[in-house]
Write a protein that binds this ligand. Structure first.
Ligand SMILES: [Zn+2]
Length: 388
């Protein structure tokens, strides 16, 4: 049996537990033990990584890797609708080769920043070459204003699932059909929800800029059941919110909406850097935590953020919400993401039996509390190294 003992000055086992002079024993890709001490009494190859920290690898719960080649192509601040129109136009110009290249370079970037699992919305059924890491859950995303057939067989691949683009861009019949299909297969259903003011205006009034755009394009939405109280309650009325639905963004969500999300046990993924760039608003993270919601983090695509790094996302949250607990922020980028993507038993913390998805980071501190703060705030130099 191939046994390796990974040592470091610090081992971050989970948000609550940090071990000084810790070691993680790995056999055949699984963690078998975690303990203190030199490790010399143990059988196996001992690898001393240094004075930094070994921690669980990050989980990026929301990406659009197919848009990776659009990085830097939409300069400056635009309103949300102009951004959406620019994306649609630029995406139409991408060839299959561009998309494939985007998927590959995006996956490489995820790995470079220490993510071993991602939830990726994609509009193409293109197969991705199998890699050990990162594991990519492919949410085949449908953006259709009329009901349509789902041309995607979930039996083909255990890492395949479905996503509706958003309540204002996808016909309700199709949203319900997709949710039923994912439920039948025990998969996570992902959907952008309550992201922009334009979406909220359309859902709550059936009027506004988005309604104007639909009217211009001859799309009839009189049967959509609008206006509704809010985007969240609109999806809840469809019966779509449950513990296997991943609601992405939740910026336009008031106290009643967050109560509903908590009550249904729906999973949440936040992409604050993308929200800041596109709508200059942020989700109410303290209100979510207060209700027991444990949000995961995603980066969204390189069309709206500079990097696919969850360390950058954590640093942005630390700066924007200085009163948040650093351990809670680290949980968002690790264990919460693993649970949101249905892999909480396998990834997200360092525990015997879980997959050995470990990072080593050059974070040099003198105390466990300072270590957690430094990790959440990104106050260290260098990149995480995925330990193989
Ligand atoms: Zn997105």
């Amino acid at each position: 049996m191939n046994i390796k003992i990974h040592r470091a000055k610090w081992v971050l086992v989970s948000q609550e537990k940090v071990m000084e002079n810790g070691c993680v024993t790995v056999a055949n890709g699984r963690i078998t033990a975690i303990g203190r001490g030199g490790g010399t009494h143990l059988e196996g190859e001992v690898l001393d990584h240094g004075a930094g920290v070994i921690m669980p690898a990050t989980i990026n719960a929301h990406t659009h890797l197919e848009l990776s080649l659009l990085k830097g192509r939409i300069p400056g601040k635009e309103d949300f609708l102009s951004w959406v129109k620019a994306i649609i136009h630029l995406k139409d110009c991408l060839t299959n080769k561009d998309i494939h290249q985007g998927l590959l370079s995006g996956a490489n970037e995820l790995y470079k920043y220490g993510a071993v699992l991602a939830g990726d919305h994609r509009s193409v059924s293109m197969q991705f070459p199998d890699t050990y890491w990162p594991v990519i859950i492919r949410f085949r995303e449908y953006l259709r204003l009329e009901p349509a057939e789902i041309l995607c067989d979930l039996n083909k691949d255990k890492y395949l699932s479905l996503a509706a683009h958003a309540p204002h861009t996808t016909a309700p019949e199709l949203i319900k059909r997709m949710k039923d299909e994912t439920k039948r297969h025990g998969r996570i259903f992902s959907v952008h929800l309550a992201e922009s003011p334009e979406e909220a205006e359309f859902i709550t009034t059936a009027k506004g800029k988005w309604a104007g755009l639909l009217n211009e394009r001859g799309v009839k939405f009189s049967s959509w059941g609008l206006p509704a109280k809010s985007p969240v309650s609109y999806l809840d009325d469809m019966g779509v919110l449950d513990d296997k639905t991943l609601a992405v963004h939740l910026v336009q969500a008031g106290p009643g909406d967050l109560d509903l999300i908590a009550e249904r046990g729906a999973c949440v993924c936040l992409c604050p850097r993308s929200n800041n760039r596109l709508i200059e608003e942020l989700p109410d993270i303290p209100a979510m935590l207060k209700r027991g919601i444990r949000p995961a983090l995603g980066t969204d695509s390189l069309a709206s953020v500079e990097t696919l790094s969850l360390f950058d996302e954590m640093a942005f949250i630390s700066e924007s919400f200085p009163s948040l607990n650093s351990g809670d922020i680290i949980s968002m980028a690790t264990v919460n993401g693993a649970k949101a993507l249905g892999m909480g038993e396998e990834l997200g913390t360092l525990e015997p039996g879980k997959r050995a998805a470990l990072l080593y980071l050059p974070v040099y501190t003198s105390s466990a509390s300072m270590l957690i703060r430094s990790l959440a705030a990104g106050s260290f130099k260098g990149l995480p190294e995925v330990i193989r």
